[in-house]
Design a protein around this ligand. Structure first.
Ligand code: FES
Length: 107
């Protein structure tokens, strides 16, 4: 198995409706996961980019949360239309997307 250049972790943590911490499921992470899958499939990036669902990474009220390694860059409030930007600018271009990153006090 080839080692991917980048590994994307999408939080898919669920919690009951009304939970004080909320969850990335309630914030729409399923759509974000699907969009990453489509981008990887359409660009044939299966061997370059790893994509894994994960549980809670901490900043639940700023989800959907997406973490990219090896840079350890975390994105928050990711929208469907942001995924293409993350793929093109960060995963392929090597330049993290500054305006989508979690605030420094969070991550
Ligand atoms: S539920 Fe996704 S970061 Fe906590």
């Amino acid at each position: 198995m080839p080692r991917p250049d980048k590994h994307v972790f999408v939080c898919t943590q669920n919690r009951p409706q009304g939970h004080p911490r909320g969850s990335c499921i309630n914030a729409g992470c399923a759509e974000i996961m699907n969009e990453f899958m489509s981008e990887i499939q359409n660009r044939n990036l299966f061997e370059k980019i790893g994509l894994t669902t994960t549980g809670c990474m901490g900043p639940c009220n700023m989800g959907p949360s997406v973490l990219v390694y090896p840079e350890s860059v975390m994105y928050g409030n990711v929208k469907k239309e942001d995924v293409k930007t993350i793929v093109e600018q960060h995963l392929l271009g090597g330049e993290p997307v500054a305006h989508l990153q979690m605030p420094a006090e969070v991550w």
